[in-house]
Design a protein. Sequence first.
Length: 374
Amino acid sequence: MTLEDFHAIIPAGGVGTRLWPLSRKAKPKFLYDLVGSGQTLMQSTYNRLVPLCGADHIYVSTGEQHVKPICEQLPQLDLSAIFPEPSPRDSTAAIALAAAVIARRFGERSVVGSFAADHVIRNNTAFAESVRQAVVTARAGYITTIGIAASRPSTAFGYIHEGRALASEIPDAPSAHLVESFVEKPDAQTAQGYLETGEYRWNAGIFIMRADVLLDNLRQTKPDIYKAIQAIAQAWDRGEEQRAQAMGRWWNGIEKIAFDYSVAEPVAAKSGVAVIPGGFGWDDVGDFNSVAALLPSSNRQNIKVLGDSDNLVYLDSAGDVVAPQSGRTIALLGVDDLIVIDTPDALLVAPRARSQEVKDMVAYLAKSGHHDIL
């Protein structure tokens, strides 16, 4: 099921704060196999998209320092399909630049989609059908997102409020609905209320739209970003020198802002965003508890091991998440529900209940001057 007018963009950013010390600035989580599948998250994302758009319609937007490891993991990816960023400017710039270059190469009505490099998806067949319906909906002029079926009242994700059905308008996308609004991460009580209505879905940050629709809306909502992106895109395929000059002049001045805020939310307010329900099993591997949920239990004590289990010894311990990554033996005695991440230059020990706060430890380390281990 190859969608010939469809181009997939993989934004591969991140600074390695929520899965530290395993994930670092120089090697973010998408470069790891975090679920024991035999593939890194980046490789899994790429392989999931190839059947939908073909290998020659997949692009990666990433930091300059990550180009080499990505090329090593995806040797089949052509250099012309990589958009190196000298500094992070968030998802609006990453998606818009790739879309603007694709529009110049293949036409403004090309359909582009953004799929994060670090998501885990369990059912690729169901994922493919959601993307197919999203592409059809995007062709009709909507900025389209895929809303994940909420399996619990999570406070870690933003939500999408699903509106009226669009099946009569877009018969080839029977699951499409209008988006009423995007909602920020709620408190627990509000999240439970969302779940009970059946009208809210998790926002996974997946967006699919025609290039001209994206760029026209960006011109209206963020004209300065639009101007800079178009200037860079115009120079992109004119040789390395012209590209470097354009990036040097424009890139670092682009506003750092997420695509949700710059385009999706204001366009949703004008009834221009649609949602396709996604029931394919999804996780953004946002912390070590997420990692634990994706790993099989190695024993009756429900200890989850990321790495060589021969380097773990435990007694009267249960529910721990352990990553033996340093080559030495980790011995657990009488400790439950801990995170123990052992790398050659840094060791993290924390309660699992505080896994969302690992990023706070990274910020404290940076403030304390420990930049060499970040």
